[in-house]
Each structure stands twice: as structure tokens, then as C-alpha cells.
Design a protein around this ligand. Structure first.
Ligand SMILES: NC(=O)c1ccc[n+]([C@@H]2O[C@H](COP(=O)([O-])OP(=O)(O)OC[C@H]3O[C@@H](n4cnc5c(N)ncnc54)[C@H](OP(=O)(O)O)[C@@H]3O)[C@@H](O)[C@H]2O)c1
Length: 235
């Protein structure tokens, strides 16, 4: 396991940080990303103090060309190997459909959907050569259902599931797996101020454990649309 590499986008906080931490603990060499340089450096330092192998690449994945640059740098660091790509970086937005401007649409989609498409395409080329790998897309329960004011966010998360299904179909004969994780409320900075209290939410570590469990399954086994719900909740 020592030489396996995982790239986790949006790993300066919340779910992405928990997944990066879990995979590093399991022996993966981990590439973390985010826009906050100092925070990224501090996390990588903390990882290495705990004997984990990690690097951080600052990138704003909503900007054109940034996903491609970040991916190239990640591969230079890993020596060309990529075993796991986790498309996690994302943002949340709520509006009535009538209030969604073209600019707001493009802004959210560029991060939540366009960057995962670009990174998955780049990863597929490497993984096909390697004859194996896994792409994990962090969708949401809002990727299974949409409610008032969630059309834009939900469209991005439904889209991630479409991407996942095609990746799975295109990658199967190369031993490449893809799966989407669809959590309800998770206690992260994204849900700060939500009406549900953090201790009633799913914990980031739960999502990380599910990703790690999937990665440990035998080659012919794949999970599809892993829905993670809060006990007793509808959302
Ligand atoms: N929390 C929930 O209830 C929940 C439920 C279902 C799904 N999700 C999904 O889970 C994923 C992670 O969310 P989270 O709850 O862990 O939120 P979070 O703690 O706010 O983390 C978001 C991560 O994305 C990065 N990010 C944001 N904008 C970026 C950009 N333009 N370019 C690059 N990186 C960017 C942030 O890093 P920087 O700020 O350093 O850039 C951060 O590391 C998202 O895709 C979210 O939609 C969350």
C-alpha cells in the first residue's frame, strides 16, 4: 500500500480533510488541495509530523486551467502514479430558480461539476494505463432529490452521479471503479449555522471510513450511490 497515491480535492477542511487523513493513515501518499495556502501548509506539516506522506497544492478549481495545472503537479510529485481521485471540493448555494443568473450558474458549476469532469478525464487516462484505480465523487442527498431553492446545487450533484455512472461503464474493463457518496447533513464548516445541531449530523469521519472501506473491497465489488442518512431524518 505504501506507494499508492490518492488525490483529494478540497482537503483543507470538512469531508475532504477527513478523507485525506483516513487514506494517509492507511498508507496512501496523499495530495491535498485547496485555495488557502497557509492552512494547506499547516495540514501537510501536521501529516508529516505523524509520519504520513503528503503534499499540498494550492489551486482555485473554479478557475479555467487550474484543475489541469494542479493535476500535472500532483503527478510530478507522485512519479506519475494515481490510484485514487476524490472529487470533493464543492460549494453550496440556495436560490429560487427565477433568481439564478448565468453568472451564478457558471460559478457553481465550474467548481462542483466542471472541475470533476476535467480531473476525472485526466485520471482515466492514467488509470487505464495502470489498469486500475478508483474515482470517488462526493455528491449529496441533494444529488438524488431536489427541493425548493436547491435546483442549482442539486443539478451539480445529480450531474456528479451521471459522471460516476459513465466512468464506471467506461472503466470497468480496465479494472477502474467509480462511486458516488451521497450524504445528508455532515458537520463541517459548510453546515455552520444550519438548523440541525452538529452532534445530530453525520460526522466527516463517517464519510471517510465509507470511502476507505470501498477502497478495500475486492476487485470485482463496487458500491453504487452510497447514501448516508442521519438517524431518524428525511434529509
Ligand atoms: N457538509 C454537508 O452537509 C455536505 C453534504 C453532502 C455533500 N457535501 C459535499 O461535500 C463536499 C465537501 O464539503 P464540506 O461540507 O466538507 O465543506 P467545507 O468544509 O466547506 O470544505 C470545502 C472544501 O472545498 C474547498 N474549496 C471550496 N471552494 C474551492 C475552490 N474554488 N477551489 C478549490 N477548492 C475549493 C475548500 O478549501 P479552500 O477554502 O481552502 O479553497 C474546502 O477544502 C462538497 O462537495 C459538498 O457539496 C457536503
Amino acid at each position: 500500500m505504501k506507494d499508492r497515491t490518492a488525490l483529494v480535492t478540497g482537503s483543507t477542511s470538512g469531508i475532504g480533510l477527513a478523507i485525506a487523513d483516513e487514506l494517509a493513515r492507511e498508507g496512501y501518499r496523499v495530495v491535498l488541495t485547496g485555495r488557502r495556502k497557509e492552512r494547506l501548509e499547516k495540514i501537510v506539516e501536521d501529516f508529516s509530523e505523524r509520519g504520513r506522506t503528503a503534499t499540498g497544492i494550492v489551486a482555485d478549481l473554479a478557475k479555467p486551467g487550474e484543475a489541469e495545472r494542479m493535476f500535472t503537479e500532483a503527478l510530478v510529485w507522485s512519479g506519475g502514479r494515481l490510484d485514487v481521485l476524490v472529487n470533493n471540493a464543492g460549494t453550496w448555494q440556495q436560490s429560487l430558480v427565477e433568481d439564478i443568473t448565468r453568472e451564478a450558474f457558471r460559478s457553481l458549476m465550474s467548481l462542483n461539476l466542471e472541475a470533476p469532469f476535467i480531473l476525472s478525464g485526466l485520471a482515466m487516462k492514467i488509470m487505464k494505463e495502470q489498469k486500475g484505480g478508483t474515482i470517488v465523487n462526493i455528491s449529496s442527498v441533494a444529488g438524488l432529490e431536489a427541493w425548493a431553492r436547491t435546483a442549482l446545487y442539486s443539478a451539480s450533484k445529480f450531474g456528479l452521479r451521471a459522471l460516476t455512472q459513465s466512468l464506471l461503464a467506461e472503466g470497468a474493463s480496465f479494472g477502474i471503479k467509480a462511486f458516488a457518496v451521497c450524504p445528508g447533513y455532515v458537520a463541517t464548516p459548510m453546515t455552520d449555522g444550519a438548523q440541525v445541531s452538529p452532534d445530530e449530523m453525520i460526522q466527516p469521519h463517517d464519510v471517510a471510513r465509507i470511502v476507505a472501506t470501498h477502497l478495500s473491497l475486492s476487485p470485482a465489488t463496487v458500491l453504487k450511490d452510497v447514501v448516508i442518512s442521519r438517524l431518524g431524518a428525511e434529509d
